[in-house]
Design a protein around this ligand. Structure first.
Ligand SMILES: *[C@@H]1O[C@H](CO)[C@@H](O)[C@H](O)[C@H]1NC(C)=O
Length: 402
């Protein structure tokens, strides 16, 4: 009898919890109906290259890819249109990623091909997706029920140390550039320089690196500081005339990966008006192979505590990671994360709208305003070239890809 009662009690509790969760998910769905959910980083375009050599005729984005080879067999695949819809994702920065092995070789060609594949993907699904290059475009796509598709270039080595290439990437629709990936560029140090036993190459940005940031401010292109070293973060925060983002990083205070952002930088980021978009990769969340949705919520709460609710967002990094937190297995799961925060009592609906996307839209608008102001002031394009000795005169360590 006692056993039966105990079992019954367990069942009732579970049903009550599920109802509670269902009510919170309903509230989250209402919130995301009003405010767009914007994710800062998704590596699907690289997987399309890896698996399909960018041949989109073989790519069936409107189907559940979990049932389709080669995606069903890959631990790197977390994204398709049905699951994006389930996850209520309104806007996605698609990564035009270029591996560091291409630096000084064919990096510029690769970035062009990755922008091409993103643009062709959007064109192939006009009733689902639309290419967006402005803050207002995100809101308009949300109202129209289309997935706003933005382009972020991952890795400053994709510029070939040329501001002409930077300007043309902007023309092609790229709206952020991650200053480095896992290699130093001739003008900026990457986060590996911060790891124990490593030495910096420049100790931040070179003079040319500051020109890259200045030119991005002039163009209205968002500076992304994920992957860079702490001195590169500090140099950029000192000189950037516009807010910056971290498109996919987490809190160093909770996990000391060099890919994460220390509290003192988070405070400067708040002064800059910028945004930290939280990555879900367990190695950045728990510094191990296993993490949970709650652990990700803890990073979000920490960043809110240190930088403020106006400076935290989402940049999961799906399709660029091969392990995911329990409860955040793919792009369908964002509402569960927001429901967890809502249940904690600390987050109002307005707070969750900021986290989901309003913060990113604000930052993007501010970047556009700085561009307009500089245009009105007549600031000319940066005409300087990188000194040849900066490109060829140093020896570079090539770091292993991860
Ligand atoms: C993180 O902290 C541990 C323990 O203090 C230390 O051994 C490790 O080197 C640190 N990792 C990094 C990347 O700083």
């Amino acid at each position: 009898m006692r056993l039966v009662l105990w079992l019954l009690h367990g069942l009732v509790m579970r049903v009550a919890f599920a109802l509670h969760l269902e009510a919170r998910l309903d509230a989250v769905r209402r919130i995301l109906h009003e405010a767009p959910l914007v994710d800062g980083h998704n590596d699907l375009p690289w997987n399309i290259r890896k698996f399909l050599k960018n041949q989109l005729r073989d790519f069936h984005f409107s189907e559940d890819l979990r049932g389709m080879s080669p995606w069903s067999r890959s631990s790197w695949s977390h994204t398709d249109l049905p699951r994006l819809r389930e996850g209520m994702v309104a806007a996605q920065f698609w990564s035009a990623y270029v591996p560091c092995s291409a630096q000084h070789l064919d990096a510029v060609q690769l970035v062009l091909e990755q922008i091409d594949v993103i643009r062709r993907l959007v064109d192939k699904y006009p009733s689902h997706m639309t290419l967006v290059t402005t803050a207002q475009g995100i809101e308009e796509a949300h109202e129209a029920g289309l997935l706003a598709s933005l382009i972020g270039v991952e890795g400053g080595h994709a510029l070939g140390s040329s501001l002409g290439v930077l300007r043309m990437l902007h023309q092609l629709g790229a709206r952020y550039l991650t200053l480095t990936h896992t290699c130093n560029t001739p003008w900026a140090d990457c986060s590996i320089a911060d790891e124990p036993g490593r030495l910096p190459n420049l100790g931040g940005l070179s003079h040319f690196g500051t020109l890259v940031v200045r030119e991005m401010n002039r163009l209205g292109m968002i500076v992304d500081l994920s992957h860079v070293s702490v001195p590169t973060m500090l140099d950029t925060l000192r000189i950037s005339r516009a807010p910056v983002i971290f498109s996919h990083s987490s809190a160093h205070a909770l996990c000391n990966s060099s890919r994460n952002v220390p509290d003192h930088v988070l405070k400067l980021l708040a002064v800059n008006g910028g945004l930290m978009m939280v990555a879900f990769f367990p190695h950045f969340i728990s510094c191990s192979e296993s993490a949970t949705l709650r652990d990700v919520a803890a990073h979000i709460n920490h960043i809110r505590t240190v930088a403020g609710v106006d400076h935290v967002g989402l940049g999961a990094g799906y399709d660029g990671i091969n392990i995911t937190p329990l409860g955040l297995e793919d792009v369908s799961r964002y509402p569960h994360l927001l429901a967890e925060l809502l249940g904690s009592g600390r987050w109002t609906e307005a707070d969750l709208q900021k986290l989901a996307g309003r913060n990113l839209i604000r930052v993007f608008r501010d970047v556009e305003r700085v561009r307009d102001r500089l245009r009105e002031a007549g600031e000319p394009p940066v005409d300087e070239r990188i000194p040849a000795e900066d490109v060829y005169g140093r020896t570079y360590c090539r770091f292993p890809e991860t």
